[in-house]
Design a protein around this ligand. Structure first.
Ligand code: GRF
Length: 201
């Protein structure tokens, strides 16, 4: 079976790097067929180029509507036979045009234990709420923000002297560990979605 994945980014691309590294050292049996960024200055593009991966800049501002923009992304990914799309810091909410083109075949990583603290600044939200534990979540993407079935989570403690930066760093280390592992699991195993739950067979 082909195991082509596409990665969508908007920024520094450290999760993309974690996926590249996991493929490099054999923890993840897949091939990144394409990296797309909606921002031309995303550092993740440089990481992809250094790894010899094809990149595209698709600046959403150049398209008249979300539908038109997403249709182009779908075309780009399909043209490279991408079976699984991984969002890695991609800062655009995806609508039905994109999600319906890859049903239950889009993953995202979020820096909190969903369903707590969806959206922007999840680490700040966790600190302000006073939770004692937070973490990272890999989930299937649907058209709601940070809301689809959960594939994998990792927990980190929150310390009283944590800042947004220190908590983010602790969570990011877990993101880098679980994202490649979750991708491998989704590619390797039989699974189905039962209500809100993702159930491995
Ligand atoms: C990560 O914290 C990820 O969970 C969130 O955006 C950030 C992206 O970081 N969705 P990077 O670009 O992968 O370094």
């Amino acid at each position: 079976m082909q195991r082509n994945i596409g990665v969508l980014i908007s920024g520094r691309g450290s999760n993309l790097q974690a996926i590249i590294d996991a493929i490099g050292d054999g923890r993840l049996d897949a091939r990144i067929a394409l990296v797309i960024s909606n921002r031309p200055d995303a550092y993740g593009l440089e990481r992809a180029r250094q790894a010899g991966i094809e990149t595209l800049v698709r600046d959403h501002k150049a398209w008249p509507s979300r539908e038109a923009y997403e249709a182009v992304l779908v075309e780009d990914l399909r043209a490279r036979n991408v079976q699984l799309v991984c969002l890695a810091g991609f800062m655009r909410l995806l609508g039905a045009t994109f999600v319906d083109a890859f049903p239950t075949r889009i993953l995202n990583i979020h820096p909190a234990l969903l369903p707590s603290f969806p959206g922007l600044h999840a680490q700040r939200q966790a600190l302000e709420h006073g939770v004692k534990f937070s973490g990272a979540t890999v989930h299937v993407v649907d058209t709601n923000l940070d809301a689809g079935p959960i594939v994998m989570q990792a927990v980190v403690p929150v310390f009283t002297d944590d800042t947004e930066d220190s908590l983010s760093a602790r969570i990011l280390a877990e993101e880098h560990r679980i994202y490649p592992e979750a991708i491998q699991r989704v590619l390797d195993r039989e699974w189905r979605i039962d209500g809100r739950r993702l159930v491995f067979g």
